[in-house]
Design a protein around this ligand. Structure first.
Ligand SMILES: Nc1nc2c(ncn2[C@@H]2O[C@H](COP(=O)(O)OP(=O)(O)OP(=O)(O)O)[C@@H](O)[C@H]2O)c(=O)[nH]1
Ligand SMILES: [Mg+2]
Length: 226
């Protein structure tokens, strides 16, 4: 058997993270920030749709982030427009974690959340999930919205972390991702995974075999990635 015919060894750690949320919440931006491979984008011009931005996703976003020599996080971004809601549960299937992004500057962020709860209820009830509020230039509005989001989630039986995020800032997106991975670890007993790549001299638990995924200091983005 040649090396080409030999099957690739299975990845020890293969996580699937899904970004959900309405148009302009920053799903595509977040995946572009995180991905270490050129992110797959299916964006098209959106100027006629009144979304207030130049492009919108009409399929999915895809990116990957390495975890050591034998692990990775696969990143999936949903198309935010309601007309694509049939795709949301399909893309969320088998996810390790879901990051819900809400755009605080949209007309009705709570209605956006309600739509997600309607179409992704089963997935949100059974999968580790965090909520990121983007476009939070007005802190008072963000605080108010954060409380309202938590209340809406609670009425659906969900108690989830809600935090502000600027998806253009990689460290903030990493923090969101680490939070959801930590939740997934706690829920599924995944803790203790080790051998993660890219740890630098500043990383905690560098030599700690018991370091969990959520402790991992992910590698910096290559300069030419944006
Ligand atoms: N001011 C501000 N802009 C942001 C923030 N987060 C993201 N953006 C910008 O908002 C836009 C988000 O666009 P996308 O990433 O395409 O949003 P999306 O969620 O993928 O939207 P759809 O694909 O249409 O569902 C981009 O232009 C970002 O640069 C934020 O916190 N503040
Ligand atoms: Mg998008």
């Amino acid at each position: 058997m040649t090396s080409l015919e030999r099957p690739l060894p299975p990845l020890e750690t293969d996580l699937k993270l899904v970004f959900a949320g309405p148009p302009g919440a920053g799903k595509t931006t977040a995946i572009q920030q995180l991905s270490e491979v050129p992110a797959l984008s299916t964006d098209v011009a959106s100027t006629e749709l009144g979304l207030g931005k130049a492009t919108t996703t009409v399929g999915l976003d895809y990116g990957e982030l390495g975890l050591g020599t034998d692990g990775r996080v696969r990143l999936f971004g949903m198309p935010g427009q309601a007309r694509f809601s049939f795709l949301w549960p399909i893309l969320a299937r088998g996810a390790t974690g879901i990051v819900v992004l809400l755009n605080a500057e949209r007309d009705a962020p709570l209605a956006d959340l309600a739509l997600l709860l309607h179409h992704l209820n089963d997935e949100l009830q059974t999968t580790a999930c965090v909520v990121g509020l983007s476009q939070t230039a007005d802190p008072a509005h963000a605080d108010q919205l954060s409380e309202a989001v938590s209340a809406t989630l609670a009425s659906a039986g969900l108690v989830l972390p809600v935090m502000a995020v600027d998806t253009r800032e990689r460290p903030q997106v990493l923090a969101l991702m680490s939070a959801v991975i930590a939740m997934a670890e706690a829920q599924a007993g995944l803790s203790g995974l080790s051998g993660l790549a890219g740890q630098d001299e500043h990383a905690p638990n560098q030599n700690d075999d018991n370091a969990s995924l959520s402790d991992h200091a992910f590698p910096a983005a290559p300069d030419d990635r944006r």
